[in-house]
Design a protein around this ligand. Structure first.
Ligand code: MTE
Ligand code: MO
Length: 521
């Protein structure tokens, strides 16, 4: 029965591949669980992911680079798991042909994980054995499953009618058990990661002091009450999130400290208790991402509590010739901020609070920088651990060698939120509303135009401060038909926003936000 044998071999190869895939994913999950115990901020999977992310060539189009939102992260991790499963399938087939051939692949993946872990900024001694133990677990499971499978193939084929095939049955049971335990453990690891291993409770217990200087009261009428407008102050849970971190860095507030190094007269090491004992200020500041497209949502306004960076820098004493502060996060990410911006009169702060709470973990707990007027990629370092006073000539932030400008002042811009583009509205007075921003300068006027007609001035609500966005509204009489509506803002110095359409790279998009409105009879 050559044919039957051929089929049996093919079937068994398929099962070997399945065994390999399950074993490889089981190894990754083992790594995640062990890392949860031994090194919460660094697992083999996230280390390899971090190496890949950092190594992506600057030209990768649409890798809206300074942008790496939450959804992208999930897709990226799923992609990595697929690659691991595919490699595991190959390892399973090879192992079946030649003992140890597949084990060698699993071991190679373990070594790659080890190398990746060793290169990451979050490296701790506890992280080192994890990839090796994970690979060992994967290799043992693979060999166990293949032994079950072999015992099955060695049995007489096909099994006589009406009798059970004990070997294949044990194999299938073992494979199903392996896959099931891996799936459950994977879900557990995912939830555990989400809970960030106890740091959430440390965050909830943290008591923020009252500010020595309270946020100026929000002026009456600053918030425009039109259906569909976004709140003037963005709730924490709705605040956009952008960073390169595959898992939220976990920092114990008890052991956190911020070091000031580089071209300073005195190096400083500041812990959280010391920071919280300083006279803190509270300010509303609107931060924005350089990857925010015209009309985009990568912008948010919050009430931040923190200590002015200039006070800390004054204690350290920057030396002559220094012109940049390279801020670094616990995962090694960096931003280069002009020293002048951190020492002038603006409220650049080491923030510990966001809208009355300790910083949420994904927004930089326990301490981040907030700098009015600069895009996040050159200023808003989350999970902050070091300020290095240096020179632009000697150092560069994370995104600079990846195709983004060394300097990143926020460009004046405006957005129409009401009505949404493409929306049908009724003829008569159509209400338009939205936001405009020019951080640290402030907005002077907002205008709308219909079908490229004359600009009409909108009602500009009072801003909370020049460092925040402003809301605006305008009612326009429109007869039935289809319209193109555009908005433009002019800052308080009289400079209008740029009309020329430019992409987000290298230093922020420009152009007028343009929407289409269908007016019904
Ligand atoms: N540690 C760290 N901080 C970071 C980043 C990052 O990748 N890592 N991204 C920056 C960018 S590009 C932006 S736009 C802001 C976004 O801050 P948010 O996620 O709190 O909105 O964080 C900045 N701080
Ligand atoms: Mo960003």
């Amino acid at each position: 029965m050559r044919d039957g044998r051929h089929h049996a071999a093919q079937g068994s190869r398929r099962w070997a591949a399945a065994s390999g895939a399950v074993s490889a994913v089981a190894a990754v999950v083992t790594g995640e669980l062990l890392a949860g115990l031994l090194s919460p901020s660094l697992s083999p999977l996230t280390a390899v992911g971090g190496v890949v992310i950092d190594g992506l060539p600057p030209g990768v189009k649409d890798w809206a680079v300074a942008l790496f939102g939450t959804a992208d992260k999930a897709v990226f991790v799923a992609g990595m798991l697929l690659v691991v499963a595919a490699a595991g399938a190959v390892a399973g087939i090879l192992e079946q042909r030649r003992r140890y051939a597949g084990t060698a692949i699993v071991a190679a993946f373990g070594l790659a994980g080890l190398v990746a872990v060793l290169t990451r900024a979050q490296l701790t001694p506890g992280a080192v054995p994890v990839p090796l133990l994970a690979a060992l677990a994967g290799a043992l499971l693979l060999r166990y499953l293949l032994r079950r499978l072999r015992e099955d193939s060695d049995a007489v084929h096909p099994a006589p009618k009406g009798t059970q095939d004990p070997g294949r049955r044990t194999f299938l049971q073992a494979l199903a058990a392996g896959a099931g335990v891996t799936a459950v453990a994977g879900v557990v690891a995912g939830i555990w990661r989400g809970a960030a291993s106890g740091i959430s409770t440390a965050r909830e217990r943290l008591q923020l002091p009252a500010p020595a200087s309270k946020a100026p009261a929000i002026p009456a009428g600053a918030g425009v009450t039109l259906d569909g407008m976004q709140p003037l102050v963005t709730p924490n849970r709705d605040f956009y999130r952008i960073d390169t971190a595959l898992i939220v860095p976990v920092i114990d507030p008890e052991t956190w400290s911020l070091r000031v190094t580089g071209m300073v007269d005195r190096e400083i090491d500041l812990n959280l208790a010391d920071l919280l004992a300083k006279p803190l200020i509270e300010r509303h500041v609107t931060i924005a991402c350089v990857s925010n497209e015209v009309g985009g949502e990568l912008i948010g306004n919050a009430r931040w509590l923190g200590w002015p960076v200039r006070e800390l820098l004054a204690l350290a004493g920057p030396q002559a010739g220094a012109d940049m502060v390279l801020s670094r996060s616990s995962d090694g990410w960096t931003a280069g901020t002009p020293l002048g911006v951190l020492t002038d009169e603006r409220d650049a702060i080491l923030a510990v609070g966001m809208n009355g709470e300790p910083l949420p973990l994904e927004h930089g707990f326990p301490v981040r920088m907030i700098v009015p007027g600069l895009y996040g990629y050159v200023s808003a370092t989350k999970w902050l651990t070091e300020l290095r006073v240096t020179r632009f000539a000697d150092d560069e932030g994370y995104w600079t060698p990846r195709g983004w400008s060394e300097r990143g002042p926020i460009k004046t811009a405006s957005r129409i939120d009401v009505p949404r583009t493409g929306r049908r509205v009724s003829a008569g007075t159509v209400m338009f509303g939205g936001v405009a921003w020019s951080q640290h300068t402030g907005i002077g006027t907002v205008e709308l135009r219909v079908n490229r007609g004359p600009w009409q001035q909108a009602d500009l609500a009072p801003g909370i401060s020049p460092d925040t966005w402003y809301q605006w509204q305008l009612g326009m009489e429109l007869t039935p038909g289809q319209y193109e509506v555009q908005v433009r803002a002019t800052d308080l110095s009289g400079k209008p926003q740029a009309e020329e359409r430019r992409p987000v790279a290298p230093d922020g998009a420009t152009g007028f936000h343009t929407i289409r409105v269908d007016v019904n009879p």
